[in-house]
Design a protein around this ligand. Structure first.
Ligand SMILES: [Fe+2]
Length: 608
C-alpha cells in the first residue's frame, strides 16, 4: 500500500536527524497542497562542494544545487578544534545554481572542516540537507615554511568515459596529494547549449573521491584535493568558455582581460605555471602565446620573478604537446618555437601536457616533458619503444588501437624538500600491464649565507637579479650576492671587478681575499660554498691540491666527508684528503649543513 504524502512527511519530521537539517515545523491546519510543496522543497546539491583557488590564507568552496538558490552559506572552523563555526555568505558566482564562496583570513598549512547549505530561491523551498556533513580542506603552506614532504599529481583529458575517469581519479585520491594539476579537456563538450551537464557527469561526479575527499566525521576522513586545470580545446568547442569559467575558480594573476586563462601558484618549493595553448585550435577566441603577446610577456615575467627563482622546482603545464609520437594529434610547432626556448633559458624542470590520450615522457636539454593524457578520453594509438634522437623519448605506454583503456594513468611527484629531491612515478591504471616509469631529480644544496671560495682564474660577478655568477654562469644553487659575507679568491688571475656593492655584494665590506700567488693554470673554476667555516683554515696549497681540470663544479656547505680507505673525516673547506679524493674523482658534492655524506661514493684516485 502506498503511504500518503501526509504520512510520509510526518514520519520524516519525527526523526531527530531530520530535525537538524533545517526543516520547518508543519503548521497546524496545513492544506495537503502546501504539504506537497514542502515535500518537494528540500534543496538538493547536484555537485558536491569542492575546494578551489587555495592559497596559504584563503580557499574557495564551490558547489552546484539542483534549484536556483539565493542563500548559500559556508560554515568552517579549524578541523578538530570543536570551536564555533565561522560563516561566509557572499556568493561571487553569477550562476544561480553554482555557489562560489571564498573564505579568507585562514592560517597557512592548516586543515579546516566545513559544511555548506543552500536555500532555493523559490518560495517555501527549504535549505539543502547538508548541515550535518562536514568535509575538510587544507590551506597551502607559506613558501617560506614548506612541509618537509608532499605529493602532487598531474593528469588530464578526463572526458567522455566517466567510468575510466573514476578509476584514474580514485588512484589519485589514494595518493593523498596536496594538489593536482589537470592538463585540460575535462568534459567532452564543455561549452554550448545543452552541454552543461557534462561537467557533472564527466568531470565532477567521477572524481568525487578526489575532489570531495571523505567527510570529516569519518575515521578515514580525507581533505578535499584542489584540482587546478588549464583550458583544453574541448573547454572551448568554438563558443567560448562560459561553463569552464563558471565551474572553475583559478588564480587570478594573469594579464587583465585574460583573467584565470593562465596563472601561476606556489606550493611549498614548487612554482607552477598554467598556460593556455588553445590558440592552436581557436586563435580567434583563446589568448595568443606567440612572442609579443600578453600571455608570452606575462610568462617571461613569471620566469624572471623572485618567486620562480626562489623555488626549487619549476613546473609548467598546458594542453598542447611539446613532443609526441601519438597518432591522435601532432605535436605543437608553436609550443616548440615559442615556449620551449623560454623553458630552456630560465630553467624549467618539468613540463606537462595532454591533448593526446597516451602517456609519453621525453627528455630534452635537461627538461622532463610528460604527456599525461590518460584521464578518461578514448585512447590513441602510440608506440612503446624508445627513441634516441632528441628529443629523447624515454618512456611510453603502448596503446594498440583507439577506444582502449590501456593508456589510463596519472603522474605522481613526491617532493622531499630538505633533500631537494623529486621522485617521479607513473603507473598504468591497469596494473596487469605492469607498466611503471620512474625517475628522480635532485637539486644542489642551497647556499644560505657565508663564505664563497673561488679557485681558479675566475671572473666573479652577479646577474641583474642579484645571483652570483662565475665565469658568466649562474651557480646552480642560485647563490644571492647579498648572502655572501666573505669571498676568497685563489686564482692568480681572478677578476673580482664585478664584486661590488652595486652588484649586490653589499655584505662583503673588506672580507674579500685574493689569495692567488702562483701562475699555475687551473683551467676551469671551482666554487666552494660554505657556512660557519670562517674559522676553518684555508690551506695555502689548496689550488695545487685540486686537479681543476677534472672537476666540473663542487658545491657544498659545512660538509664533512670520509674516505672509505682511511675513514678520515674532515672539513671540506679544510682541504681534507677526502675532499681531494672527491675532487679528483670528479664527484659533485651536494649536501645539507652539518650532514655526513653516506650517499657520497668517494672514489680513490685512479678508481673508475
Ligand atoms: Fe584536446
Amino acid at each position: 500500500m502506498i503511504e500518503s504524502l501526509r504520512d510520509r512527511f510526518s514520519r520524516r519530521r519525527s526523526t531527530p536527524a531530520k530535525r537538524k537539517l533545517g526543516f520547518r515545523p508543519l503548521r497546524a491546519g496545513v492544506e495537503p497542497l502546501e504539504e506537497r510543496r514542502l515535500l518537494a522543497a528540500a534543496t538538493t546539491i547536484s555537485i558536491k562542494p569542492c575546494v578551489q583557488e587555495v592559497t596559504p590564507a584563503a580557499a574557495v568552496i564551490l558547489w552546484e544545487t539542483g534549484q536556483d538558490c539565493s542563500d548559500n552559506q559556508v560554515y568552517y572552523r579549524v578541523a578538530g578544534s570543536g570551536g564555533a563555526f565561522n560563516s561566509v555568505t557572499t556568493d561571487r558566482n553569477a550562476d544561480t545554481k553554482i555557489a562560489e564562496m571564498q573564505i579568507t583570513g585562514l592560517s597557512a598549512d592548516t586543515e579546516y572542516e566545513f559544511r555548506v547549505r543552500s536555500k532555493a530561491a523559490k518560495r517555501n523551498n527549504g535549505y539543502s540537507p547538508s548541515s550535518t556533513d562536514c568535509w575538510s580542506f587544507k590551506t597551502f603552506p607559506n613558501p617560506a615554511s614548506p612541509p618537509s614532504q608532499f605529493t602532487f599529481v598531474a593528469y588530464g583529458d578526463t572526458r567522455t568515459n566517466p567510468t575510466w575517469h573514476q578509476g584514474v581519479a580514485d588512484d589519485i585520491a589514494a595518493q593523498n596529494a596536496a594538489y593536482v594539476i589537470h592538463v585540460g579537456d575535462a568534459p567532452e563538450t564543455g561549452e554550448g547549449t545543452g552541454y552543461r551537464s557534462q561537467w557533472k557527469s564527466m568531470y565532477f561526479d567521477p572524481a568525487t573521491n578526489l575532489l570531495n575527499g571523505v567527510v570529516y566525521s569519518q575515521p578515514t576522513h580525507r581533505p578535499a584535493v584542489p584540482v587546478i586545470p588549464v583550458q583544453g580545446n574541448h573547454e572551448y568547442a568554438g563558443t567560448g568558455t562560459h561553463w569552464y569559467s563558471s565551474y572553475m575558480s583559478l588564480p587570478n594573476n594573469g594579464v587583465s582581460g585574460d583573467a584565470e586563462k593562465y596563472f601561476s601558484f606556489t606550493y611549498g618549493n614548487v612554482f607552477n605555471i598554467g598556460l593556455n595553448t588553445v590558440a592552436d585550435d581557436y586563435p580567434s577566441e583563446a589568448p595568443s602565446y606567440a612572442p609579443g603577446s600578453n600571455q608570452y610577456n606575462w610568462l617571461v615575467s613569471q620566469l624572471q620573478s623572485t618567486a620562480f627563482q626562489d623555488a626549487t622546482w619549476h613546473v609548467v603545464y598546458m594542453h598542447h604537446p611539446a613532443y609526441t609520437w601519438c597518432q591522435g594529434h601532432s605535436e605543437s610547432v608553436n609550443v616548440q618555437n615559442y615556449l620551449v626556448p623560454l623553458f630552456e633559458q630560465y630553467g624549467v624542470d618539468l613540463v606537462y601536457y595532454g591533448h593526446c590520450h597516451v602517456y609519453e615522457r621525453y627528455v630534452n636539454n635537461g627538461i622532463q616533458y610528460v604527456l599525461s593524457g590518460g584521464g578518461g578520453a578514448p585512447g590513441h594509438y602510440d608506440r612503446t619503444d624508445q627513441d634516441t634522437t632528441p628529443p629523447v623519448r624515454v618512456s611510453g605506454l603502448f596503446c594498440d588501437a583507439t577506444d582502449t583503456d590501456k593508456h589510463l594513468q596519472s603522474s605522481i611527484m613526491d617532493v622531499d624538500v630538505p633533500n631537494r629531491t623529486l621522485n617521479y612515478e607513473c603507473y598504468a591504471h591497469d596494473r596487469s600491464l605492469g607498466f611503471t616509469d620512474t625517475f628522480m631529480l635532485t637539486k644542489p644544496a642551497l647556499f644560505s649565507g657565508g663564505v664563497l671560495s673561488v679557485y681558479g682564474d675566475a671572473t666573479v660577478s652577479a646577474t641583474p637579479e642579484g645571483f652570483v655568477t662565475v665565469n658568466g654562469k649562474t651557480l646552480s644553487g642560485l647563490v644571492r650576492a647579498s648572502q655572501v659575507t666573505q669571498l676568497r679568491a685563489f686564482g692568480p688571475g681572478a677578476d673580482l671587478s664585478g664584486v661590488t656593492a652595486a652588484n649586490g655584494f653589499a655584505k662583503l665590506g673588506r672580507n674579500v681575499q685574493l689569495l692567488g700567488s702562483d701562475s699555475e693554470d687551473l683551467g676551469s673554476a671551482v666554487v666552494l660554498l660554505g657556512v660557519n667555516v670562517a674559522s676553518a683554515a684555508e690551506p695555502a696549497a689548496a689550488p695545487k691540491l685540486i686537479d681543476a681540470a677534472s672537476v666540473d663544479q663542487v658545491m657544498a656547505r659545512e660538509v664533512k666527508v670520509s674516505t672509505p680507505a682511511a675513514s678520515q673525516t674532515g672539513s671540506l673547506l679544510g682541504g681534507s684528503a677526502g675532499f681531494r679524493a672527491a675532487a679528483r674523482a670528479k664527484d659533485a658534492l651536494f649536501a645539507d649543513a652539518g650532514e655526513e655524506l653516506p650517499t657520497l661514493r668517494l672514489r680513490r684516485p685512479g678508481a673508475r
